[in-house]
Design a protein around this ligand. Structure first.
Ligand SMILES: CC(C)(COP(=O)(O)OP(=O)(O)OC[C@H]1O[C@@H](n2cnc3c(N)ncnc32)[C@H](O)[C@@H]1OP(=O)(O)O)[C@@H](O)C(=O)NCCC(=O)NCCS
Length: 371
């Protein structure tokens, strides 16, 4: 049975942090660090820290702001981490709650009751706990039927999740699958690292896939999908359940997000452009007939390069819509936010693509046609 995308959902946290607010907090931390370590810096024993700048952030990435679950502690130079209260086992966990909000939005848009959903996949970069699966908690609180499981392919989790859902529908396991991507990226971001403190934001998205016999008439046909991975250490986070077996490493910076951004930029742009070009050719779709590319939202310059390589010319702003200016990099959710917010002008027959890329490396492509 062929699967279609019936709807998408979005949940945005209430607090936004501007570049100026973030840089103000970082620079206060830098001043404090350099003052406290003045002697050691003068003796050449400690490297002084350099200030961050809003102008650099916007020019290098396109990011102007980001939404977060917890704002004030991130901006407090003495804390510089989010603070999210621990919940009892009897309460819904925060990651599941975000997924439920986004999931409800997707179900409402498709006019579906939760019990009509046969499976939930929580596909995201950072899972709150080892077990039980967050997806099974989402199943309980949403009231969906069938089964649920978690999966993680970092920034490509949502597109890999969509393709997995398509397989479940094609294989007869389910007729309706909800793919939720709750991303609390502030939880793994080192706000004391000048190279990356501005990169991420928090959000949750959801995508409802249904078999074509029940999908609404205005749903999205999935023309084809392509998944690619290639191992790289250029984006890495060593946090994990074995950390306690090596106590010396606990709390070290490598237990948070670390990247070599310049290398990622150089290596991922050609990888993704090549994947898109080949997949379009395999489906006899000339690049000029594409109406939109809902690309992963990490860096505006990266997206412009990818669009330019695929089209063979500079893309106009409607071709690759930008949401990272407002949301920053929201990991797997980025391309889904772009899709959710920028598809109203699609007419039956119009073709677009959802494309994610990031840690792994991983890249996922979903080619869609509006019904
Ligand atoms: C992270 C990223 C925005 C950095 O931009 P960049 O142009 O590569 O910047 P670089 O790290 O090379 O740094 C350039 C200069 O700016 C400086 N700089 C770095 N962070 C700065 C900051 N916050 N404020 C001011 N200057 C800064 C550097 O020190 C460097 O200075 P130098 O030239 O004097 O050495 C960019 O590399 C990127 O987005 N890469 C892709 C990342 C990606 O897709 N990751 C996926 C994650 S899921």
């Amino acid at each position: 049975m062929t699967a279609r995308i019936s709807s998408t959902g979005l949940w945005t946290p209430p607090n936004s942090i501007s570049n100026d607010e973030l840089v103000g907090s970082y620079n206060a931390y830098v001043e404090q660090f350099n003052t406290e370590n003045a002697i050691s810096i003068e003796n050449g024993e400690t490297e002084p820290l350099n200030p961050s700048s809003s102008a650099f952030i916007e020019k290098a990435s396109g990011i102007k702001a980001r939404y977060v679950l917890s704002k004030d502690p991130i901006l407090d130079p003495k804390i510089m981490e989010p603070r999210i209260k621990e919940r009892s086992n009897e309460e819904i966990s925060v990651l599941a709650e975000m997924a439920v909000w986004a999931g409800r939005d997707a179900l409402e848009k498709a006019g579906r009751a939760p019990e009509e959903v046969d499976a939930v996949i929580v596909a995201c970069s950072n899972l709150q706990r080892a077990y039980p699966a967050i997806a099974i908690e989402v199943q309980k609180y949403l009231g969906t039927s069938g089964f649920a499981f978690d999966m993680n392919v970092a920034c490509s989790s949502a597109t890999f999740g969509i393709e997995t859902a398509r397989g479940l529908i094609a294989g007869g396991q389910a007729k309706s699958v909800l793919v939720c991507s709750p991303e609390i990226c502030s939880g793994h971001l080192n706000f004391q690292d000048r190279d990356s403190h501005f990169i991420f934001g928090d959000v949750a998205t959801a995508v409802l896939l249904e078999s074509e016999d029940i999908a609404p008439p205005n749903s999205w046909e999935i023309i084809s999908a392509k998944l690619v991975t290639e191992f790289s250490n250029n984006i890495r986070n060593n946090f994990g359940f074995l950390n306690r077996t090596a106590p010396d490493g606990v709390g070290k910076p490598d237990k948070l997000f670390v990247q070599n951004g310049r290398s990622v930029f150089k290596e991922v742009v050609p990888m993704v452009a090549d994947m898109i070009t080949k997949e379009l050719a395999a489906n006899d779709i000339p690049p000029e007939s594409l109406k939109r590319m809902w690309l992963h939202q990490a860096n505006i310059n990266m997206n412009n390069f990818i669009a330019q390589k695929v089209l063979g010319k500079d893309a106009d702003p409607t071709m690759a819509p930008v949401v990272l200016d407002e949301y920053a990099n929201t990991s797997s959710a980025g391309s889904i936010i772009a899709f959710d917010k920028h598809n109203d002008d699609f007419k039956p027959g119009d073709i677009g693509l959802i494309c994610s890329f990031g840690a792994g490396y991983s890249a996922g492509l979903i080619l869609v046609r509006k019904s």
